[in-house]
Design a protein around this ligand. Structure first.
Ligand code: FAD
Length: 420
């Protein structure tokens, strides 16, 4: 069976669902296919942070030095699985070339504009009639050591020059603001425009909302092939029939390079595995979300339909498309909280879920939001790395503007596929 479609979106994570929303708002007939359940990829169990504070790209000065130091520690927040993989090798070369001050200075203003525009769109989405635990209380970057705090203040200077400001708090200020932080910390940076949400409830809630507005959502439907004729994609083959769409949007996160390959397009995206541990909300639970600085663990208090929860998330493993869970690193994430927060002993926490997900990482820390030059009816929206939740709504809006031939809200030239 072959079905005609106006816009066909591949991928039911935050990027695909947000694109569906803004396309439907423009009156387009949207069909979305997702190989699992909606929000079953990276958009499911992540930390749910909306972070203009993270406008420094992953490829930044200092990233290489910290990476090499961490490689030697089996419980560290960063790991590359040694293997013979030409795509990984090529990606690492490109990543290394972008770890410069000049690249950071070019990338920060763009990521700042995208993040702030997206943060405003979350305010609008929060007015729709579904609940996703949206909370605008800011983000604390808490440091135990003077050295860690000093390093963070140095990094924040470049962000501040680009208009992303933070307040530096001493140990007393931190405890006064967030009494669940242990006394005796070196201090913290406080980013007041950051926010948090329950990511799975956001994506699933929005998918249900757009479904009611006419978007056709096919879960458990895997794209198995894409056929082109000249400059157009003609047929998208799936496990539940074929589609002949006018427009195709590839929003398949870490799986996007595999789909692009069918079109002879190279998308240098590496999957970077991270883990989260979700527990029932303990008696002593933070209200403000945090990053535990030295251990790079995010702590997010979340609302969920099943009751309040607290989520710890972290680790970045370049280990390929592999979702196996490394218990040692998960334990390290869990233990980190003991060193920063009160009342976090393991026996006081009731685990709800341990999860692993694949962040889709580009080598320069910028996503691909683009109409690839060889095609007239293809849009790619992938490669959002650590900030795909933050950038979900603005990406969806940009995709809709590009598909509809409108002027984009932000200049997307630096996000084109051909930049590598
Ligand atoms: C531990 C961890 C913590 C994180 N914390 C944060 C955070 O606090 N803030 C933030 O902004 N970001 C965070 N991220 C990053 C964020 O989760 C990702 O950037 C974002 O979810 C990417 O969204 P996506 O829609 O591109 O990909 P995904 O959510 O992975 O969605 C892609 C979808 O495409 C589907 N798909 C793939 N292939 C096919 C096919 N052939 N046919 C049909 N469907 C297909 C997949 O099943 C998947 O559901 C975190 C990530 C991790 C791992």
């Amino acid at each position: 069976m072959t079905e005609r479609a106006d816009v066909l979106i591949i991928g039911g994570g935050i990027i695909g669902v947000c694109a569906a929303h803004y396309l439907a708002e423009r009156g387009r007939q949207v069909t979305l296919v997702e190989q699992g359940e909606i929000a079953s990829g990276s958009s499911y169990g992540n930390a749910g942070l909306i972070v203009p504070s993270h406008s420094t790209p992953l490829a930044a000065p200092g990233a290489l030095a910290s990476g090499l130091k961490w490689m030697l520690d089996p419980e560290s927040p960063f790991y590359i699985k040694p293997r013979l993989d030409l795509d990984l090798f090529d990606w690492l070369l490109k990543f290394t070339a972008h770890c410069t001050d000049a690249h950071a200075r070019r990338a920060i203003p763009l990521l700042r504009d995208l993040s702030l525009a997206s943060a405003d769109l979350f305010d609008e989405l929060a007015a729709l009639d579904f609940h996703f635990g949206y909370s605008r209380k800011g983000l604390l970057l808490v440091y135990k050591t003077e050295e860690g705090l000093k390093h963070a203040i140095d990094e924040a200077r470049l962000l501040a020059e680009c208009g992303v400001v933070s307040k530096t708090l001493n140990a007393n200020d931190v405890c006064a603001l967030e009494p669940t932080v242990q006394s005796g910390m070196a201090g913290a940076l406080y980013f007041t425009r950051d926010a948090h949400l329950n990511p799975a409830e956001f994506v699933r809630g929005l998918a249900e909302w757009v479904g009611k507005k006419g978007v056709r959502i096919h879960a458990n439907t895997t794209v198995t092939g894409i056929e082109k004729a000249g400059r157009r994609i003609e047929t998208v083959k799936t496990t539940n029939g074929d589609f002949q769409p006018s427009e195709v949007v590839v929003a398949a996160g870490a799986w996007s390079p595999g789909l692009a390959r069918a079109l002879d397009l190279r998308l240098p995206i590496q999957p970077a595995k991270g883990y989260s541990v979700t527990v029932k909300r303990p008696a002593s639970c933070p209200i403000i979300s945090m990053i535990l600085g030295e251990s790079r663990v995010a702590v997010t208090p979340m609302d969920s339909a099943a009751g309040p929860i607290l989520r710890f998330a972290g680790t970045l493993e370049l280990a390929g498309m592999d979702l196996t869970i490394n218990q040692r690193r998960v334990n390290a994430i869990r233990r980190a909280a003991n060193h920063y927060l009160v009342g976090m002993s393991a026996d006081g926490l009731e685990t709800v879920e341990v999860w692993g997900g694949l962040r889709p990482c580009s080598p320069d820390g910028l996503p691909f939001i683009a109409r690839p030059a060889p095609f007239d009816n293809l849009t790619v929206a992938a490669g959002h790395a650590m900030i795909g939740i933050s950038l979900g709504p603005i990406t969806g809006k940009l995709v809709a503007q590009m598909v509809c031939g409108e002027k984009t809200a932000v200049d997307v030239t630096p996000l084109r596929v051909e930049r590598f």
